[in-house]
Design a binder for this molecule. Structure first.
Ligand code: SF4
Ligand code: SF4
Length: 125
């Protein structure tokens, strides 16, 4: 169970190695999805973990989609013990994201729940 960044939600479930969080994903600079190769080149200079990715498509809004070079054909991470913080935390409990309707990817084995203690607190009103 993970309970970071939120006292209201908990993460449950487990990774079933679907590989979806490593393929055709959006990458962000601050809160904006990367849309151009130029942005991508800049972000790679700031953070070497971005060099693991290559452009694998574009979504319907024009944002670039990226796939990690480290995922193998069996959906195993080739650098599992050295993977970045973003990979370790996925899917991260984040109240703002959840309140805005965010959820893990459809094929993901994780899900979020309202924390029992918080639900008890809500039921008092
Ligand atoms: S480093 Fe590993 S866990 Fe992170 S995106 Fe690449 S394959 Fe996935
Ligand atoms: S999307 Fe979820 S289940 Fe699929 S590989 Fe990523 S963490 Fe594991």
């Amino acid at each position: 169970m993970q309970k970071l960044n939120s006292s209201k939600y908990v993460r449950r479930g487990k990774c079933i190695r679907c590989g979806s969080c490593c393929r055709n994903i959006l990458l962000y600079i601050e809160d904006e999805a990367i849309r151009t190769i130029n942005q991508f080149e800049k972000v790679k200079e700031w953070d070497k973990h971005f060099t693991n990715f290559y452009v694998s498509g574009k979504n319907e809004t024009g944002a670039l989609l990226f796939t990690c070079k480290e995922i193998d054909k069996n959906n195993r991470c080739k650098v599992y013990f050295f993977r970045g913080v973003g990979c370790r935390m996925y899917p991260r409990v984040n109240s703002k994201f959840l309140i805005n309707g965010g959820k893990p990817l459809d094929t993901c084995g994780y899900y979020f729940e309202i924390d029992k203690k918080f639900r008890t607190y809500l039921n008092k009103f």
